[in-house]
Ligand binder design. Structure first.
Ligand SMILES: [Zn+2]
Length: 189
């Protein structure tokens, strides 16, 4: 099936990543073994909706509910030990000191992550983080690009810039649903 590249601009890339995340989310929520037609439809509809602005990045999810579920645990690994607040986008790189950018993380994750951007760290670990934290990350990327006039740039134009995220590590492909979790305190099926 020869298809044209699905995205060209930074905005389209973020939306495509987000649509794939939502697809993975629906499959995990329904305890599916693998992706099926229903999930692909969700992805296609959301991607189209985001591009033509009939949907936004909150569509499908309920933020308030999510806050209640995460509580005081490491948002990366689920540990309840030695928690501290972690800036998802490092402050040195322009990350804000606000609720959107702050999550609880355990000391072990914190030191392992070090100065790496979150997706770079995930890539380094070779294991996917909970979908909800990736979702938060994508929202931060979108917000940052919006505030800095980057949304309509081409993706390769970002590679030469100093940014609090590395575009090449942002996932557009997700593992099978049974290998993914929504939250860090969720057990794998
Ligand atoms: Zn942890």
């Amino acid at each position: 099936m020869a298809k044209a590249l699905k995205y060209e601009t930074v905005k389209e890339f973020i939306f495509w990543s987000y649509a794939n995340l939502a697809m993975a989310h629906t499959a995990v929520e329904r305890n599916q073994e693998k992706y099926g037609t229903f999930n692909y439809i969700i992805r296609a509809k959301l991607y189209k909706g985001l591009k033509d602005e009939t949907m936004n990045m909150r569509t499908i999810f309920d933020d308030e509910k999510i806050k209640l579920q995460t509580g005081q645990i490491c948002n990366y690994c689920g540990s309840k030990e030695k928690l501290a607040l972690d800036h998802i986008f490092p402050q040195k790189m322009g990350g804000k000191d606000d609720a959107e950018n702050l999550v609880f993380a355990c000391r072990s994750c914190n030191s392992s992550k070090g100065k790496k951007c979150l997706m770079e760290w995930m890539n380094f670990n070779g294991e996917f983080l909970p979908l909800m934290i990736i979702r938060r990350y994508l929202k931060l990327v979108f917000q940052y690009c919006k505030e800095n006039g980057l949304l309509d740039k081409r993706i390769d134009e970002l590679k030469s810039l100093e940014l609090p995220f590395k575009v090449e590590f942002i996932p557009t492909k997700y593992p099978k649903p049974k290998e993914l979790k929504l939250h860090s305190n969720q057990k794998l099926i």
